[in-house]
Design a protein around this ligand. Structure first.
Ligand code: NDP
Length: 329
């Protein structure tokens, strides 16, 4: 039976106010697809990029959102291995999770272990798998490494700090204020730099006795990339994975040559492109939630219909940890 549901829709690029709460036709799942009734939806900074047009948006109108947890309400013809009532989660493509109901390719949905609640799962699919990919695959953090994490109290940042600490690294985090600094310390940062009061490069050089860090995880972009490169040790890894403050300027090759640095700009999608990679990443994340390595901070929840408020707060740096939207009627 074709389903109608309510969803957030964007008809034009712009500020949070362009997100409207509207009725949409959901349809029935086709071959290889499932339909879910969403129960918790993760908000990610990438949703802001698409809404503003920083990343090329799909055809208008579109429903934003790239992460949700839900209950399967219908399965496509001939599909095996999934049934109505299953609890699943997904992160990445397809876009459109800011909705009460969503059609998904069954291949992107992973089962949610009963030990992880829906809000937690919606907080760690995209952000947790990003942390996994950054720490275990892009640069393999080991005991003895020193890592620098920008936006250390943010959604991804909080998980990165906890996980890097558990791997035995010395973790340095940057944050904008005291409250976020306290959270970053609880999340395993050995040193927290409040960048509004202190110079990041100077502090990192002090902390590392002039050596610099082995890897920088930089999601802030424009405002931080220069200091990030300065903070690296010889043969260090510059991992630029986001641009919350804007697109970073190009890095001259000579900046890399001066310390034999590595530069990479990873995207989660490329590291979870196969079903095996997806299941490995999701499995590691859920296992680490279950065994307590990752404490999921669902610091903010909003009704789905008020997604605009969540975006405004995220962009204003008012949030820490994860933001989850709860579908309302
Ligand atoms: P966060 O919770 O980290 O929110 C952004 C944080 O960045 C803010 O709270 C703020 O922390 C800091 N910040 C610094 N400058 C600005 C600015 N000008 N405007 C807004 N925020 C700023 O968001 P997410 O956890 O959702 O995402 C973190 C980053 O990771 C994003 O850039 C996102 O695009 C990226 N990402 C990339 C992925 C990939 O595959 N490459 C996958 C997932 C996320 P403070 O107040 O401490 O400065």
């Amino acid at each position: 039976m074709a389903a109608k549901a309510k969803a957030i829709r964007v008809h034009e690029l712009g500020g949070p106010e362009v997100m409207r709460w509207e009725e949409v036709e959901v349809g029935d799942p086709k071959e290889g697809e499932i339909r879910i009734r969403t129960t918790a939806i993760g908000v990610n900074f990438i949703d802001v990029y698409f809404r503003k047009g920083v990343y090329a948006a799909p055809a208008m109108p579109f429903t934003p959102g790239m992460e949700a947890v839900g209950v399967v309400t219908a399965v496509g013809p001939g599909l095996t291995g999934r049934k109505v009532g299953d609890v699943v989660a997904y992160a990445g493509n397809p876009m459109g999770s800011y909705a009460q109901e969503q059609i998904l390719p069954a291949s992107v949905a992973v089962p949610v272990p009963p030990s992880v609640d829906h809000k937690q799962a919606a907080s760690v699919m995209l952000k947790g798998m990003t942390a996994h990919v950054l720490l275990r695959r892009v640069f393999k953090v080991q005991s003895g490494h020193t890592v620098l994490v920008h936006a250390a109290a943010g959604g991804v940042g909080s998980l990165l700090c906890q996980w890097a600490n558990a791997l035995g690294a010395t973790v340095i985090g940057t944050v904008s204020n005291e409250e976020k600094a306290a959270q970053a310390t609880q999340d395993g940062c050995h040193h927290v730099i409040i960048y509004t009061n202190e110079d990041v490069t100077t502090r990192v050089k002090e902390i590392t006795s002039g050596k610099g860090v082995n890897v920088v995880y930089d999601s802030v972009g424009k405002d931080t990339y220069k200091a990030s490169v300065e903070c690296l040790a010889s043969r260090g890894f510059m991992v630029s994975f986001g641009q919350s403050s804007g697109k970073p300027d190009p890095i001259p090759m000579s900046d890399l040559a001066s310390k034999s640095l590595f530069l990479t700009r990873p995207s989660l999608m490329h590291y979870t492109a196969t079903r095996d990679e997806l299941l490995e990443s999701a499995g590691e994340v859920f296992a680490n939630v279950a065994n307590g390595v990752l404490r999921v901070r669902v610091n903010h929840t909003y009704p789905l219909s008020e997604a605009a408020r969540a975006h405004a707060d995220l962009e204003a740096r008012k949030t820490s940890g994860s933001i989850v939207l709860i579908p309302d009627s």
